[in-house]
Design a protein around this ligand. Sequence first.
Ligand SMILES: [Zn+2]
Ligand SMILES: [Zn+2]
Length: 150
Amino acid sequence: MARSIIGGCSCGSVRYECSADPLYMANCHCRNCQRASGSGFVSYLGVPRNALKISGEVKYFEATSDSGNLVSRGFCPNCGSRLFAHTAAVPIMIAINAASLNDPGWYRPAMDFYTASAQPWISMDPALPKFHANGYQTVFRVNDCPENQS
Ligand SMILES: [Zn+2]
Ligand SMILES: [Zn+2]
């Protein structure tokens, strides 16, 4: 049963819809996510890239992660809302920023990534598995994993 993965940006120029269930859901505390979002961490859901339909213009900014992987972050060029992230390391996957969903209420992060750079002014759920870097190995079974990320 596919979740209702429908959402978009603040101004409505960019809309998206995903026909598949999330591959994983996680909070990322890496410095790259912190800088890009201006907040303590980013909550997102990874979905199969070929199941995501996007309408409207998305601008992508490429950055190199601490681990050396290239991560591309997509946002609305009109209102600046952060929407997506993907990396060539895991081309089948694209991450959606959870709060861009029309209904973010069902979203449940299952892991914390990059806890080594988590800020002392946020509190993490102690029940969630913690990874010093990314935890994609648990999801994709590849060593050269995704957004080593952002
Ligand atoms: Zn917009
Ligand atoms: Zn990150």
